[in-house]
Design a protein around this ligand. Structure first.
Ligand SMILES: Nc1ncnc2c1ncn2[C@@H]1O[C@H](COP(=O)(O)OP(=O)(O)O)[C@@H](O)[C@H]1O
Ligand SMILES: [Mg+2]
Length: 468
């Protein structure tokens, strides 16, 4: 122990002289981890990661240090990033098994542990053996001895049934059904979206102006195409804004929601996706909006479907506009969980512009309240005071405040027989009852921004949180 302390000390001194020496940094981090200093090891691994941000061994070292230091959410974030890649080090699977065991998700833990062992038998782990294998063997015995028909109702965890492979439905059908989605003509425009000025401007520059002045853009050699991805906490107007964009340019609006996306897993997924794009190309000008698009990119659980990769590739093919022209089609997407998004989405010509949609600031809250109260009977409303009292509220939270106030008024009106306008005190009362919903999102986002900020992807969030 003392000897290693000496080595650690001399490594530190050496690093003072050559701070960018990557092998030395790695060595120091590994030593600290091996000698029961997970907190210091984590720091050392993070320093090493700065020198080589994509080094998987360093990332896994960092994850293990956090694990040993009991920083559960940081481990999860790192593992989720690591496990997106099929070639993740087997140690990542073993750590994931530990995390799952701690959440009592034993069946999943077992799968990860087995994968780890299959890749590297040295990853055998007494604790995991104890918690997982004993149960496996007793289950196997049960399965061997008792056929399902005559099994007794026993309180034993059953292994999950294997998921059926997606079946290509109706492969022989010549053409996919046309018009999978209902096209809409939204009646709202940017004027109905409170605040969000910089987001509106980005949408205007990147997708509305090219649509209106294609020649101008071509003259400057600016490629037209690619999409815009809006991300941020739920309820802050992403979907609302996408719909308003269509209204703004008086175009059709095709929205592919989470349900449509999930249904695409059923076999004909690539075809369905192609049909959706074709429908948009046939109704141009058109805003084609993918809501909760992370469902299309592979999140951890989706990775098990073999269709995942193919569907993403099809999506990228449609987006790239090489084989098919997307002129006149404005492509927007939104997600509350950008960390689940496949990184291939972010390359140039695809969703290369990611726009953070923050919770509404003071002025935006005022303007959202103004818009939403405009059509209601009101009396003596002081918007500024309301805006001040709603820090952390999303646009959806503000709608909820107004809804609550209206419900109260209705109840009173039913009793008294005479309707009365909404007053300031009604809204103040409702504000106390509605909980601001954006803070929780930032707890998660902050972890990704701090621990998985490869290529500065989450810089906007760090700025927003004053962490950078
Ligand atoms: N900036 C805004 N201006 C006006 N209304 C808003 C705004 N942001 C949110 N809302 C209201 O909140 C609701 C939920 O917003 P939504 O667009 O669905 O959020 P997100 O897609 O970001 O989760 C909208 O239907 C709208 O009524
Ligand atoms: Mg939405």
């Amino acid at each position: 122990m003392e000897f290693s302390q000496e080595i650690i000390q001399s490594l530190r001194e050496a690093l003072n002289a050559t701070p960018n020496n990557f092998p030395l940094r790695r060595h120091l981090a590994e030593l600290l981890l091996a000698h029961g200093e997970p907190g210091e090891a984590a720091e050392a691994f993070r320093d090493a990661l700065k020198l080589s941000p994509h080094d998987k061994q360093i990332q896994i070292g960092l994850a293990e240090s956090y694990f040993k230091a009991g920083k559960v959410s940081a481990v999860k974030v790192l593992l989720e990033e690591l496990l997106k890649d099929k070639s993740a080090p087997p140690k990542a699977h073993q750590l994931m098994a530990h995390m799952l065991v701690s959440e009592n998700r034993l069946a999943e833990a077992r799968t990860f542990y087995k994968q780890a062992l299959a890749a590297n038998a040295a990853l055998q782990d007494d604790e995991l053996d104890k918690k997982l294998f004993l149960q496996v063997s007793s289950q196997l015995r049960l399965q061997d001895e008792v056929s399902p028909a005559d099994s007794l109702p026993m309180n034993v965890e059953t292994p999950p049934a294997p998921k059926p492979e997606p079946i290509p439905l109706a492969l022989g059908r010549p053409e996919p059904a046309d018009d999978l989605l209902e096209s809409e003509k939204p009646e709202i425009s940017f004027a109905d979206v409170g605040g969000m000025e910089s987001v509106k401007e980005a949408i205007s520059l990147k997708i509305i102006q090219p649509l209106k002045n294609p020649d101008l853009y071509r003259a400057y050699g600016k490629p037209i195409g690619g999409g815009l991805l809006l991300y941020g906490p739920p309820g802050c107007g992403k979907t609302h804004l996408a719909r308003a964009t269509a209204g703004e340019v008086n175009s059709g609006f095709l929205s592919v929601g989470i349900n449509e996306i999930l249904e695409m897993w059923l076999g004909q997924s690539e075809r369905n996706l192609h049909a959706v794009f074709e429908q948009a190309r046939g109704t141009k000008p058109c805003v084609l909006f993918f809501d909760e698009v992370d469902a299309l990119g592979a999140s951890r659980s989706d990775m098990r479907h073999s269709a995942g990769r193919q569907l993403i590739n099809q999506f990228l093919l449609e987006l790239d506009g090489v084989r098919y022209s997307n002129e006149g089609v404005l492509i927007l997407a939104a997600t509350n969980a950008p960390w689940h998004l496949d990184t291939a989405f972010r390359r140039p010509g695809r969703f290369d512009r990611m726009i953070f949609v923050p919770p509404p600031d003071l002025a935006s809250r005022r303007s959202i309240l103004e818009i939403q109260l405009a059509k209601r009977p009101c009396d003596g409303i002081e918007l500024d005071a309301l805006a001040h009292k709603t820090d952390g509220f999303s646009g959806a939270d503000l709608s909820a405040v107004i809804d609550q106030a209206i419900e109260d008024k209705l109840r009173e009106a039913l009793k008294s027989g005479t309707p009365a306008p909404i007053r300031q005190k009604d809204l103040l009362k409702a504000i106390k009852r509605v909980k601001p919903s954006t803070r929780e999102w930032f707890t998660t986002a902050r972890n990704y921004a701090l621990y998985a900020n490869q290529s500065g992807f989450y810089d906007e969030i760090l700025h927003y949180l004053n962490l950078k």
